[in-house]
Design a protein around this ligand. Structure first.
Ligand code: 13P
Ligand code: ZN
Length: 274
């Protein structure tokens, strides 16, 4: 039997956190990831069968009873995950009553899951209702997306349209647009509830003046979604740097055509088609 640290799951987490760090999306301890693993993916490893510690959740996660999550630690730096995964990552199993979780691997120096774990788990619960293959929630601090939350009206329609128009294929990747919550205190159950409420409609939720929460079936897909959002926001920043005057742009009808061509349905009411 092999050790969990050598698994493809830990490898994927090490790689994606390193990549995100190098994008400047995870300064210091900024950002956190949770990645659902199936029982059959986990239980073949020799070192995941002993409960090391049990911690309370503080809300009802019974919809995730028995599920395993590989998760980044609170206060840990994405910069370090690659070289010390056993300290900065942990594998947890949600209890049968959904009130607590067992740490079964990792967090070897006493660490525990991200302070945003409530927001992650509440988002997982909502996304699983929309997509049974839902596995990943990724939070990070992408520079240009955060900047938009200072200069733009915090409206889902406005921000979705702006991002769709900055790059032709954006609408194919997030046809539902981007969700937005008001500014709220990070790490609280309240921000988790507000984020999860948006997750029933959107795969990504902007946290104004803070960052983004994205969800998806795989690490690649979820990280790719953030790449596309941030690229669009970056182009908007560059348009500003080039003077800000827009002389020509993709029209709403053209956006609709791209979406149709790729078999996607844009968020109802976000495009002006008359
Ligand atoms: P953690 O270190 O608890 O994961 O918090 C980082 C963060 O980005 C909070 O929003
Ligand atoms: Zn954050």
């Amino acid at each position: 039997m092999t050790k969990f640290v050598d698994s493809e799951y830990v490898k994927n987490m090490r790689e994606v956190t390193r990549e995100s760090y190098f994008r400047y999306w995870d300064e210091r301890n900024g950002g956190n990831v949770s990645y659902r693993l199936l029982t059959e993916e986990v239980e073949g490893f020799e070192d995941v069968h002993e409960v090391k510690r049990t911690l309370e959740l503080g809300f009802d996660a019974s919809a995730l009873a028995g599920f395993y999550y590989l998760v980044t630690g609170t206060g840990r730096y994405f910069r370090n995950v690659y070289s010390r995964p056993e300290l900065d990552l942990g594998l947890v199993k949600i209890s049968e009553d959904g009130q607590s979780y067992d740490i079964v691997w990792g967090f070897e120096d006493g660490g525990k899951p991200t302070s945003e774990f409530p927001s992650h788990l509440m988002s997982h619960i909502e996304r699983l209702k929309v997509n049974p293959n839902q596995r990943v929630v990724f939070h990070c601090h992408p520079t240009n997306l955060i900047a938009l939350s200072f200069t733009q009206e915090l409206s889902e329609r406005h921000l979705s349209r702006l991002l769709w128009k900055m790059q032709a294929e954006s609408i194919v990747v997030f046809p539902e647009g981007i969700g937005v919550i008001p500014y709220m205190t990070p790490g609280t159950n309240e921000i988790g509830e507000a984020t999860a409420a948006k997750m029933s409609e959107f795969q990504t939720v902007l946290w104004p003046h803070h960052g983004v929460f994205a969800s998806g079936s795989t690490l690649d897909e979820t990280y790719g979604l953030i790449e596309v959002l941030e690229k669009a926001a970056m182009i908007y920043s560059q348009v500003g740097a080039q003077g800000g005057e827009i002389k020509q742009a993709i029209t709403d009808k053209e956006l609709q055509k791209i979406a149709e061509f790729f078999g996607m349905t844009p968020h109802e009411g976000f495009l002006d088609l008359d």
